[in-house]
Design a protein around this ligand. Structure first.
Ligand code: UDP
Length: 237
């Protein structure tokens, strides 16, 4: 289905986009800009689920590479995603957009647990639901969390807003001749190990026929362009 007819989407933002131009952490000014883009999308009448990564704060793999127990490091990564979710919630609410955060790791002083029917109700009432802590289990990523929530919330598309403007046949930072796909099949992504999302996330989208739209969220106004069927992007379908 064309994105212009989508009624409900899941927007996945990598943690690194919250850093702005910093090397680490959260840049509140940049998060405020992102929130503006999300608000503009919501103002068109779309229902929006959000999933935010944690790579700007902590990645389990990085901890494991430095000798930490992988599962322990992954739990730290999941907590990082909760911080990012709260930062985005704050920025959206400062713009007057009602939101709820639902975390796959329960922390009832801070946010709600993930309850699908409750999330449905929030969307019906015009709230944005921010899903935190990925799938709530180590050895996964927030890409898998995004695919899972997109499937369970029956989203029409998973929009992956990242630092690159689509999916390339090789790394565009290393190879000047790298070619960007306009569209590419799930199976090609998996067979060629193209850098889109991790394999479990791509497989879950394939099995549930959820198109993945990869685009750069760093360019101002790009989310609106993508939702209008314009702008540079790759659609995995
Ligand atoms: N993580 C996890 N299980 C999940 C989601 C995330 O263990 O379901 C951990 C994992 O360590 C990951 C970190 O949280 O490295 C941050 O998430 P991710 O790397 O997906 O963030 P992004 O790259 O999107 O910023």
């Amino acid at each position: 289905m064309p994105l212009t007819t989508a009624k409900r989407v899941l927007l996945k933002l990598s943690g690194e986009v919250l850093m702005g131009d910093q090397d680490f952490g959260i840049d509140p000014a940049f998060v405020a800009e992102l929130a503006q883009e999300v608000k503009a999308a919501k103002d068109t009448g779309l229902e929006i689920c959000l999933v935010i990564g944690g790579g700007n704060i902590f990645r389990g793999m990085a901890g494991a590479a430095q000798g930490m127990d992988r599962a322990q490091a992954d739990y730290m990564g999941m907590l990082a995603t909760v911080m990012n979710a709260l930062a985005m919630q704050n920025a959206l609410e400062q713009l007057g957009v009602p939101t709820r955060v639902q975390s796959a790791i329960e922390m009832d002083k801070v946010c709600e647990p993930v309850i699908r029917r409750r999330a449905e109700r929030h969307l019906e009432k015009g709230r944005i639901v921010i899903f935190a802590a990925g799938v709530g289990a180590p050895y996964f990523t927030t890409d898998s969390g995004a695919a899972l929530r997109a499937a369970e919330m029956r989203c029409d598309a998973l929009l992956k807003g990242t630092s690159v403007d689509g999916v390339y046949d090789s790394d565009p930072k290393k190879n000047a001749d790298a070619k960007r796909f306009d569209t590419v099949g799930y199976d090609r992504v998996l067979a060629d190990n193209l850098k889109v999302m991790d394999a479990s996330a791509v497989a879950l989208c394939r099995d549930n026929q959820i198109p993945i739209v990869v685009f750069s969220i760093r360019e101002k106004g790009n989310l609106a362009r993508i939702l209008n069927g314009e702008g540079t992007q790759t659609i995995v379908q």
